[in-house]
Design a protein around this ligand. Structure first.
Ligand SMILES: Cc1ncc(COP(=O)(O)O)c(C=O)c1O
Length: 446
């Protein structure tokens, strides 16, 4: 392996997927449920090694990863300090009994989270995946308000377990299970202009009033401060403040799903720093575990005290809650966030990435918008007639893979190319990514 692996540019030995990837795809097809991994002639490649912003596959091809694997590897893949923390913890305690006989690393992690959180006194429930953190937030809101109804936003992605799926707005995920989804969610538009803000706030106000007299009373509003899978959609300035004011006036809890945006991805530790609003609950996941599965629902002590005191049995828990190894890697990640200035890095590199993309893509009729904050960036693609270019994000991702670049599609119609690189990505790697995406999108390479 190149000594510069982590900060290097792509090096392709085969046209991906190479023979070993194809062989593994064929074996996988024989054992995995068919709904899980998309397998085709030109997709996927099987990962073998990952460090920094490089990934190599089983055929020895080296890629630049502009996804940090779903936004998880914000400090870069396999950060040396996280690996040390993992080794140290693994020597003594890998798994414990989270809510029965907890570990030191669980206590330390929750203390660290409390120092970052926007409330004076913070209480946290840990879990393993983002979707579980959302479940906890929804349960908390119901306990606190006594109301089961929720307002969520069109285009939202909060996870796929039944509670979180009920607030996720994607037909392909919902339709097969629609009979089991709670009829407690009202979806409203995610605003993209000031005009829309006024309309959406009025609509929310009406739903809140109507739900008190008919239907299921609303106890929570759940929002991604920037929609991630929905296509990197940023609401107009001031919207989150207005939403907070409305939720406060009506006694409804405001839940920020910061599973993607949180801990530096969007250029701040928590979105509440930008918006100047403090939500009632914050959900974290993805980057939190430093590469291991870990999520959390955080709230102020007063909100979280809606949960009854444990009388010998936790009424919400799970086998891996407070997993010692994940808590140790999370602690290490939070230390790196501070010691390596990753939040500022996200701001600066995000600005560089956005500016380079805008300059390079120019004003092509296929570019509707290049937008983002921090290192969460989206390129929205349009057809020549100005319609969302359905499925084009995935086509760009497949083309990019052949050139050694890993990106993901996003958006309701798959019309967005989503970029969420590590905060440790180099300028050279960004320059390569911008040139590669521009060639593909501007058709210089098709
Ligand atoms: C904003 C947001 N919320 C929730 C989730 C669900 O997290 P997980 O896939 O870990 O369950 C995701 C995953 O992409 C997400 O982006």
């Amino acid at each position: 392996m190149d000594s510069n692996f982590g900060a290097q540019l792509p090096s392709m030995k085969t046209l991906p997927p190479g023979p070993r990837s194809l062989e593994l795809a064929s074996r996988l097809q024989d054992v995995e449920s068919r709904n899980v991994t998309w397998l085709s002639e030109d997709f996927p490649v099987f990962w073998d090694l990952a460090f920094g912003s490089n990934v190599s596959d089983v055929d020895g091809n080296v890629y630049v990863d502009l996804t940090s694997a779903f936004g998880v590897a914000f400090a870069g893949h396999s950060h040396p300090s996280i690996r040390i923390a993992m080794d140290e913890q693994a020597k003594c305690l890998v798994h414990g009994m989270g809510d029965i006989h907890p570990s030191l690393s669980k206590v330390k992690l929750m203390e660290a989270l409390a120092t970052l959180a926007p409330w004076k006194e913070t209480r946290t429930v840990l879990a393993s995946s983002g979707t579980e953190a959302i479940e906890i937030a929804l349960k908390t809101a119901q306990l606190h308000t006594g109301k089961a109804g929720v307002i969520a936003f069109k285009g939202a992605y909060h996870g796929l377990t039944l509670g979180s799926l009920s607030v996720t707005d994607r037909k392909d995920f919902r339709n097969p299970f629609v009979d089991r989804l709670l009829e407690t969610t009202k979806f409203v538009s995610f605003p993209s202009s000031d005009d829309e803000v006024a309309r959406v706030l009025t609509e929310i106000g009406s739903i809140l009033t109507e739900s008190e007299t008919s239907g299921i009373p609303i106890g929570a509003i759940v929002i991604e401060p920037i929609q991630g899978r929905g296509g990197v959609r940023i609401p107009p300035e001031g919207f989150l403040q207005d939403l907070k004011a409305l939720s406060k006036a009506t006694g409804v809890l405001l839940i920020f799903d910061e599973i993607f945006t949180g801990l530096g991805r969007s250029g701040v530790v928590f979105e509440s720093e930008v918006a100047g609003v403090i939500p009632d609950l914050i959900c974290l996941g993805k980057a939190l575990g430093g590469g291991l599965p870990l999520s959390a629902c955080l709230g102020s002590r007063s909100v979280m005290e809606a949960w009854p005191e444990n009388q010998g049995e936790a009424i919400h828990t799970s086998t891996f809650l407070g997993h010692p190894l994940s808590c140790a890697t999370a602690l290490s990640f939070l230390n790196i966030l501070k010691s390596e200035g990753l939040v500022l890095g996200s701001v600066k590199k995000g600005q560089y990435l956005l500016a380079s993309l805008r300059a390079s893509l120019g004003s092509s009729c296929h570019i509707h918008e290049v937008r983002g904050r921090g290192l969460l960036v989206g390129i929205e693609l349009r057809t020549e007639t100005g319609e969302p270019w359905k499925g084009q994000g995935a086509r760009v991702a497949r083309q990019a893979l052949r050139k050694g670049l890993i990106v993901l599609p996003a958006g309701r119609y798959g019309e967005v190319v989503q970029l969420s690189p590590a905060a440790t990505i180099t300028e050279k790697q960004i320059d390569f990514a911008v040139a590669c995406l521009s060639d593909i999108i501007l058709g210089r390479d098709l």
